[in-house]
Design a protein around this ligand. Structure first.
Ligand code: SF4
Length: 364
């Protein structure tokens, strides 16, 4: 337990009795009517929601319409590739389901051998601090969207992880906080920009978007960090990928995939996909047909690629910055020369290793 902090169990009792995730605010945290407590974590200096609405207001509304019209052709194209992949699998393992979650697709685009190594060792050991900061930031955003200002980042993070059944992650967070107190406090402050999203935009977090292709033989899935608006809300859809690490070109491909999966799921594409990094302006990308075409092409190619690897093709080795978090870095002859392999590969705080405790591979 972190010195001076409540144990996880105490936090839970507190949550059960007051209906709030997190500790009871101490008497000095009480907020007089009309005043804001100085203990609240982070200041709202320009709402992220206002920035998103401003982006939507200048968006050409025909873009999302033509992108939505492209959905069925793109589905057909990827269905064909998925059916071919299923047929390939049948010669090897009759009826097997090929899973291409977002994380695997990203791995495949970096290095095939990395993707295979991660698949072979799904439990790659406990997450490093960079990965835990990513987990923490997602939960801080959730708290700001659904509950209100964060008073005690560590305790509220532990509470929400516990509610989500992530008991092991609670222990890992406690260990990280013992070694480095306040290891994610800056992220709690940054998440304050998420305050004030109107309920009419129906903010959702960690919602799944799953495409079952080839009669369920191929499943592609992703978990959306934040969704606003969209069908049934009367507002244009916005999907936001929350990143605690440094901006990377691959993140653009992630949000493009989300646009495609949400389009297939809802029958309407989101108008905007966004990457949000703390202390950076939101990076907004209008969803148009070109974005969907590139996402569908990458997905179809990855499905074929993964099927070949599953049936035994030797994986290629493509060294790059990702060698730092590769499970095979210590034994791979192609490992980038500058790589210092680490147990979980997350020594550089600029790298947010894609890691989620529950199920990366959502879907059946
Ligand atoms: S060390 Fe680098 S090149 Fe080798 S398998 Fe891992 S990611 Fe690929």
């Amino acid at each position: 337990m972190v010195s001076g902090e409540m144990a996880v169990g105490e936090v839970l009792v507190s949550s059960l009795t007051n209906g709030r995730l997190g500790p009871d605010p101490a008497p000095h945290d009480a907020v007089p009517v009309g005043c804001e407590t100085p203990r609240v974590h982070g200041e709202v200096s320009g709402s992220l929601f206002d920035d998103l609405v401003a982006e939507l207001e200048v968006l050409d509304p025909t873009l999302a319409g033509s992108a939505t019209q492209a959905l069925s052709d793109l589905r057909e194209q990827v269905e064909e590739q998925a059916s071919a992949a299923a047929a390939l699998l049948d010669g090897h393992d009759e009826g097997a389901v090929l899973r291409v979650p977002k994380g695997r697709l990203a791995d495949l685009q970096q290095c095939e051998r990395l993707a295979v190594a991660r698949h072979a060792r799904p439990d790659g050991g406990p997450p490093g601090v960079a990965a835990l900061r990513g987990v923490a930031l997602d939960r801080f955003v959730l708290l700001e969207l659904t509950q209100g200002p964060i008073v005690d980042p560590l305790e509220e993070l532990l509470s929400v992880l516990d509610v989500q059944g992530e008991l092991e992650t609670c222990d890992q967070v406690v260990a990280a906080a013992s070694a480095e107190p306040g290891f994610a406090d800056d992220l709690a402050g940054a998440a304050a920009v998420w305050r004030g999203v109107p309920k009419s935009w129906w903010p959702r977090v960690q919602s799944p978007a799953v495409a079952q292709l080839a009669d369920g033989r191929v499943v592609c899935s992703g978990k959306l960090d934040v969704e606003l608006g969209g069908v049934l809300t009367g507002h244009p859809g916005v999907v936001v990928e929350v990143k605690s690490g440094a901006p990377r070109p691959a993140h653009v491909e992630e949000v493009a995939l989300y646009a495609l999966l949400v389009g297939w799921r809802d029958g309407v594409v989101p108008s905007l996909v966004v990457r949000w990094y703390p202390d950076h302006p939101a990076a907004c990308l209008p969803v148009d047909a070109g974005l969907l075409v590139s996402a569908a092409t990458r997905l179809g190619d990855a499905i074929g690629q993964w099927a070949q690897l599953i049936v035994g093709r030797r994986p290629g080795e493509t060294p790059g910055p990702w060698c730092r978090w590769c499970p095979d870095a210590a034994v791979c002859p192609s490992a980038a020369a500058t790589v210092e392999p680490t147990r979980d590969g997350a020594e550089d705080p600029g790298d947010e290793v894609e890691w989620e405790p529950p199920v990366d591979e959502v879907g059946p």
